[in-house]
Design a protein around this ligand. Structure first.
Ligand SMILES: Nc1ncnc2c1ncn2[C@@H]1O[C@H](COP(=O)(O)OP(=O)(O)O)[C@@H](O)[C@H]1O
Ligand SMILES: [Mg+2]
Length: 363
């Protein structure tokens, strides 16, 4: 008898500012997954937070335009749950529930990368790809990530934290961090709400912009140097694989939202950075250490600056990096010998093997 395929629930869309890029990422994953071993079932989460069920069918329209891509409307709604036999989706209008074996959140930002959906999967006792709820939450908040990394001896950009309603004098900020500086919401991604401020006059506007997205904002010294990114993959046997580092060279002031998604002119993305061998080894070692310190599992893309003084400054950790076929994480893996379909297989197997060590009360 043929072994049944493993049913993989792919989740995409979501309520974050990165809704569209998640759809693009999920489209690539659904196309590249090994269909002989896995049955991909897609649930698309609308901007309002409604779960739509698409199963194995198509789920996006206008997929070739990153500004227009959207979920196909009017799909039946679905709700995750737990039956006595395992995790299921209840689908509107279907008498039978849809069981699934493992979830793959191809979501970015709020309610996708921040530990909330990971907590839901924990509640239902279902294996899921990537970091658990604690490490997801810690990596989503750039302030908390820094506190944890600094306590383990990592160099990060010096920063000040400001909560909604608080104020800091411009002179104090300039004295502590110098100019230019970066203002960023603590918990967004894709450069949303981020500004580079060149003088004290620019501070108020940059803070207003950042507070549109979060109640907590970071002010950071500007690191002058190269942007080097490391892809970390936890293999099914729990060994860590760190790909050869990649590099992003922004053509403008910094790697902005527009440079990431709207124009290929905005930045040059290099899957294998031109680094001396000892520098590449050092940053790979730091990436693996950060992965452990932050309690990550499955995968992460860990982004560094190599400052002009020669220091490795850890910028941020992305627990669900971009997954389009041209995104840096899959490109770095491919360049280091793990093609895209194999990367997906590894991630799913890692999720299943991590989960098999856990015991649940429900049988
Ligand atoms: N302290 C900094 N010094 C220099 N450039 C920075 C700094 N912080 C952010 N940037 C620039 O802004 C981009 C986006 O910031 P980042 O912290 O990575 O946020 P996101 O999570 O949105 O990607 C970076 O890729 C880099 O180009
Ligand atoms: Mg970034």
């Amino acid at each position: 008898m043929e072994t049944p395929r493993i049913r993989v629930l792919l989740l995409c869309g979501g309520q974050s500012t990165e809704h569209e890029i998640s759809l693009e990422s999920c489209k690539s994953v659904a196309a590249a997954i090994d269909h002989e071993r896995f049955q991909p079932l897609v649930a698309g989460i609308t901007r309002e937070g409604v779960w739509n069920y698409y199963g194995e069918g198509s789920f996006v329209e206008e997929a070739d335009d990153p500004t227009k891509i959207h979920l196909i409307p009017d799909a039946p709604m679905c709700y995750p749950g737990r039956s006595t036999k395992g995790a299921v989706l209840y689908v509107d209008g279907k008498d039978e529930v849809v069981p699934f074996d493992v979830a793959f959140p191809v979501l970015h930002g709020m309610h996708g990368e921040d530990g909330t959906i990971q907590g839901l999967f924990e509640m239902f006792g279902v294996p899921y790809v990537g970091c658990d709820y604690t490490s997801s939450a810690n990596c989503m908040d750039k302030d908390i990530t820094k506190i944890l990394l600094n306590s383990a001896g990592f160099r990060t950009a010096y920063s000040l934290v400001i909560h909604r309603g608080e104020s800091l004098s411009e002179a104090y900020v300039e004295e502590r961090l110098g100019m230019p500086l970066f203002v960023k919401p603590a918990r967004t991604g894709s450069s949303v709400g981020i500004s580079k401020v060149k003088n004290a006059e620019g501070l108020t506007g940059a803070l207003e912009e950042a507070f549109k997205y979060d109640d907590k904002v970071l002010l950071e010294e500007c690191i002058v140097g190269r942007e080097i990114e490391c892809g970390v993959l936890e293999l099914p046997d729990k060994q860590l694989f760190v790909a050869q580092p990649g590099e992003v060279v922004p053509h403008d002031e910094f790697y902005s939202y527009a440079a990431k998604y709207l124009s290929s002119e905005g930045a040059t993305v290099i899957p294998c950075a031109d680094l001396a061998e000892e520098d590449a080894e050092e940053v790979k070692r730091l990436a693996a250490k950060a992965f452990h310190v932050l309690g990550c599992s499955g995968m992460a893309r860990i982004d560094f600056f190599l400052s002009n003084q020669g220091d490795w400054v850890l910028n941020e950790v992305n627990t669900i990096p971009g997954f389009t076929s041209i995104s840096l994480y899959p490109q770095m893996m491919k360049n280091s010998g793990i093609p895209y379909p194999e990367l997906i297989t590894n991630l799913i197997e890692n999720a299943l093997s991590r989960h098999s060590g856990t015991k649940f009360l429900l049988k």
